[in-house]
Design a protein around this ligand. Structure first.
Ligand SMILES: Nc1ncnc2c1ncn2[C@@H]1O[C@H](COP(=O)(O)OP(=O)(O)OP(=O)(O)O)[C@@H](O)[C@H]1O
Ligand SMILES: [Mg+2]
Length: 289
């Protein structure tokens, strides 16, 4: 039963990067008919770091997440999480290795916050259908432990007061937070967050940035984040990889990336979908802890 609580007996305890391997992406190519969505892309997410994957619309960021989580199959290249090669694995096997993700668009089920978070425990549940249906003592005890852990994670992610609230009644920002919490309920070693603050107001974005930094600092979990809010990215990322038209055009520290002429060109000269890289002291860039 101890494995139920692997990685962190209690969120908020001291940082631990033990057992968190590096994610190494090498020469990954993804094609759709005539389109090359990713072209020999490579980068490494260091254990316990926040690594940002940025680029204009259509650059290939979500496609990359889909490869890392087993939704898309790479035409070539390699993705290693520690010793494990992920490119040939189905999504549930990748999840079982400790890779959890959120989606660009909110994907929640009906029911309460607790119901959604308990879904995140499915891969960790040992009791079979019959034992659960018959309410055998072992199954009841396991369910209780899952519920306690889910409650801890709700508190950790600022959802404690909303634990029994129907998700349909939550604000957009809180629903995005439920997605993050549900991914955390899988006890991941690597979290893939696809635009976690998109559509949020400034206060919600700040709160989310704080939670993500706290996940890295308190739990030692690696975070790979796709985000268009450049202020937030530049403040919180330890390292940045930049994609444009499926290619890696830059990477390094946030400071180095902001000064890289190829990156600036991609954002300033990429046509209608491009965006500027604002200075990190803009209105949306309040300091994340
Ligand atoms: N399943 C698919 N079938 C065909 N083309 C796809 C598919 N998924 C992605 N693409 C294409 O691959 C390219 C990269 O898309 P992707 O969604 O990865 O970009 P993105 O960087 O996440 O963009 P955004 O910032 O707008 O979310 C786009 O041209 C997109 O239309
Ligand atoms: Mg995307």
């Amino acid at each position: 039963m101890r494995e139920l609580l692997r990685h962190a007996a209690s969120p908020g305890t001291s940082s631990s990067q033990e057992g968190v391997p590096a994610l190494t992406v090498e020469d990954v190519t993804v094609r759709f008919a005539g389109l090359t969505a990713l072209d020999c892309v490579g980068f490494t997410v260091a254990p316990g770091s926040v690594h940002a994957l940025i680029g204009p619309n259509g650059a290939g960021k979500s496609s990359c997440f889909n490869v890392l989580s087993g939704v898309y199959r790479a035409a070539s290249g390699s993705v290693r999480f520690g010793e494990a090669e992920l490119t040939a694995l189905p999504p549930h096997r990748i999840a079982a290795l400790g890779v959890a993700r959120t989606f660009q668009n909110i994907v929640l089920t009906r029911g309460t916050v607790a119901d959604n978070l308990l879904l995140g425990r499915q891969t960790l549940t040992r009791a079979g259908f019959t034992a659960t249906a018959l309410r055998l003592p072992s199954a009841v005890r396991e369910q209780r432990l899952h519920r306690e852990r889910v409650r801890e994670i709700a508190d950790f992610t600022g959802l404690g007061a909303l634990f029994d609230a129907p998700v349909a009644l939550l604000s957009y920002g809180d629903r995005k937070r439920v997605e993050l919490a549900r991914a955390l309920c899988m006890e991941p070693r690597l979290l893939l967050l696809d635009e976690p603050v998109a559509g949020m107001n400034t206060a919600e974005r700040l709160g989310m940035a704080r939670t993500i930094a706290h996940i890295r600092d308190a739990l030692g979990v690696s975070v790979l984040i796709v985000e268009h809010d450049m202020g937030m990215v530049m403040r919180m990322a330890d390292e940045v990889t930049v994609l444009d038209f499926g290619r890696r055009i830059g990477g390094g520290s946030p400071e180095a990336v902001q000064r890289d002429p190829a990156v600036v060109r991609a954002y300033l000269g990429g046509g209608p979908s491009s965006a500027t890289i604002p200075a990190p002291d803009g209105p949306d860039t309040e300091q994340a802890p």
